[in-house]
Design a protein around this ligand. Sequence first.
Ligand code: NAI
Length: 319
Amino acid sequence: MASPAAGGVVIVGSGLIGRSWAMLFASGGFKVKLYDIEQQQITDALESIRREMKFLEMSGSLKGSLSAEQQLSLISGCSNLTEAVEGAMHIQECVPENLEMKQKIFAQLDRIADDGVIIGSSSSCLLPSKLFTGLAHVKQCIVAHPVNPPYYVPLVELVPHPETAPATMDRTYALMRKIGQSPVRVLKEIDGFVLNRLQYAIISEAWRLVEEEIVSPNDLDLVMSDGLGMRYAFIGPLETMHLNAEGVISYCERYSEGMKRVLETFGPVPEFSGATVEKVNEDMCMKVPDDPVHLASRRQWRDDCLMKLSRLKHQIQPQ
Ligand code: NAI
């Protein structure tokens, strides 16, 4: 829980991700100010957060030790950025993924921020060196990239600019832990950060296997959801190596030749176009038609599953 003396958090951009951050910070007892360029977005965000928190409380999934009403009382809207930022200890930028738009916002924040506040960006793939270079407060800037939906998927990638102060990384790490998220320190910036590099490696091989007619799109997905994904919700690929032999060294001794042989057969980066797109799309649309109603209902089901998985992960004590 945040101490009453702790400064507040400002969310810049009250869309999908901004709303989730607001709920997470309030669950940790922090005062949150929601700012947006569109007043209506702030109004809609406050209403949807109220609905969501009440639902979470009823279903026993509300995070933190405060009631929904107590958490809601910590969140307020603010249509003036300078007023919102005054006295804040953390600013989390959540405007659309557009470099120029984000650079403008950071230039604005740079003019009004004091030397103690941390300026975080939710960017999924824009490099810190593109976002923050030249800012007077660059030492206080860091990418804090969440995963959708952040309320149920706790990972946050922390990616520093080359000039980000180590204290900024440490403070952001501690803050994320305080609100129940699971931060990782990306030690140097790299295109795609870590999560998307892993995700794209998987998508890329999945695509090639379908393109080469080794497996159908639906069966490919099953390999992940009923196979690898089952264990990846609890242990990563490196620990998998450790447990699947008598430790990592033994795994490498036993399997490195086989791994290298298979890896050498991987094809080039796919084009993600033409007949394979048609084929994947056809199979996916048979399962989930791509109209807004069916997509929304499947997303709701996915989020329910993630909520249940998140509860299970909390019940299971780490060894
Ligand atoms: P969104 O489109 O839902 O929300 C963006 C909000 O920013 C809107 O409310 C808009 O009115 C507001 N906005 C636009 N210009 C502004 C300005 N100059 N000042 C203040 N507010 C402004 O976008 P979403 O999905 O919430 O994404 C936000 C960021 O989070 C992006 O960088 C995105 O890459 C990142 N992200 C998104 C994920 C997702 O699955 N949607 C997952 C992880 C990160």
